[in-house]
Write a protein that binds this ligand. Structure first.
Ligand code: OGA
Ligand code: MN
Length: 358
């Protein structure tokens, strides 16, 4: 990498990011890891409840688990329920989303109420005006991530959804992380032209816990790099239902999503008619997705991808650094639609939390 290229920001990661971001002509995908292919480079692992912890592995000289990729472990019909939660439930108060300014104008109605009829009615191509649901870019849960300051604040918190906390507990436990606690969630909503810039998730005060990532809907290319942007990233395909666990040494690696793509057999969930009758045990935490709700979700997912990341923010017994409470409160409120920026600016600056790479 020459010094001048670096000056222009053309590091090894960005070079690959731009390669896969390109649509015309689209990048050759033959070098992208496809975990479903059974390629010999990949060691596959089933999600097992007795998985060993990194600590235990270390005691007998096994390499730590690091980055884990779990090919869709959801039972038939259950991805639908999580998608419905992401579109109908999680954007509601007290959770925070990029459209909070709009929502306050529409008192009493939520995003779903506002958009579902429209979404069901027309195909995306025939709709000129985007519904509010289609303008949703992010939702934060638990300790609300502040996009401006890139911090979490003790004062800016709402109860973490019990169902998602439990899903996270089960997955982390099954991967050998019994101490994981779901304290913050960032839900990203992508459309076919969206991307997620190159970043490291380092705002959490504890990096000893893994970061869990759940993907639904259309497929994407995920780039996993190194500790510096000078390390060229590995491209991999992520499909609906897939789960990634960034743990151990992989927790602070650079990563990005340059492309969302229609991948044959990848992102498409069965239509509402084939949502199987519930395969619930007696204590299912979330109810089946009703056929009428699924019609809305399905219309939305035709050209969208949803990603939920769940994080632990504080170490065991840890607390937020002592700052002046007023400063904290003020900072917590900034960047969340409580100030008087106009909608256009608000949308432009916060449409995607992470800035877009060209
Ligand atoms: C994130 C993130 C990846 C994805 O939200 O921090 O890296 O697959 N998401 O959307
Ligand atoms: Mn991330």
């Amino acid at each position: 990498m020459s010094a001048s290229a670096l000056e222009q920001g053309e590091d090894a990661f960005r070079k690959i990011f731009r390669l896969y971001r390109k649509k015309n002509p689209p990048a050759d995908l033959s070098g992208v890891l496809e975990f479903r292919s059974g390629e010999s480079r990949l060691r596959s692992a089933e999600l097992r409840v007795n998985a060993v912890s990194d600590q235990d592995a270390g005691r007998v000289g096994l390499q730590p688990l690091g980055f884990l990729f779990i090919v869709n472990p959801f039972l038939p019909g259950w991805q639908h329920r999580w998608v419905r939660q992401c579109l109908k439930l999680y954007p509601r108060k007290p959770n925070v989303c990029n459209l909070d300014l709009h929502m306050s104008l529409e008192s009493g109605r939520d995003l779903w109420d506002h958009s579902h009829a429209q979404l069901r009615k027309k195909s995306p191509r025939r709709r000129s005006e985007k519904t509010l649901l289609e303008k949703l870019r992010w939702v934060t849960l638990g300790f609300h991530y502040n996009w401006d300051t890139k911090k979490y604040y003790r004062e800016h918190q709402s109860p973490f959804p019990v169902d998602l906390a439990e899903l996270s507990r089960c997955v982390s436990l099954a991967c050998g992380f019994p101490n994981f606690r779901a304290e913050a969630g960032i839900l990203n909503y992508y459309h076919m032209d969206s991307s997620l810039g190159i970043h490291v998730d380092e705002s959490e005060l504890d990096h000893g816990s893994p970061l869990l990532s759940f993907s639904f809907g259309q497929s994407s290319i995920f780039l996993l790099g190194g500790l510096s942007r000078d390390v060229a990233p590995t491209p991999m395909l992520m499909h609906s239902g897939d789960i990634m666990v960034m743990s151990g040494a992989s927790r602070l690696l650079y990563h990005a999503v340059p492309r969302i793509l229609h991948y044959p057999g990848g992102g498409v969930l069965p239509p509402c008619l084939s949502v199987p009758p519930s395969n619930d045990g007696p204590n299912a935490l979330i109810e089946p997705c009703a056929a009428a709700d699924w019609e809305v979700c399905q219309a939305y997912l035709q050209s969208s991808r949803i990603n939920m990341t769940v994080r632990r923010v504080l170490a065991e017994g840890g607390s937020f650094p002592e700052e002046d409470a007023d400063t904290q409160h003020e900072a917590a409120m900034r960047g969340h639609g409580y100030h008087t920026e106009n909608n256009e600016t608000q949308e432009a600056t916060q449409a995607h939390g992470y800035h877009r790479e060209q």
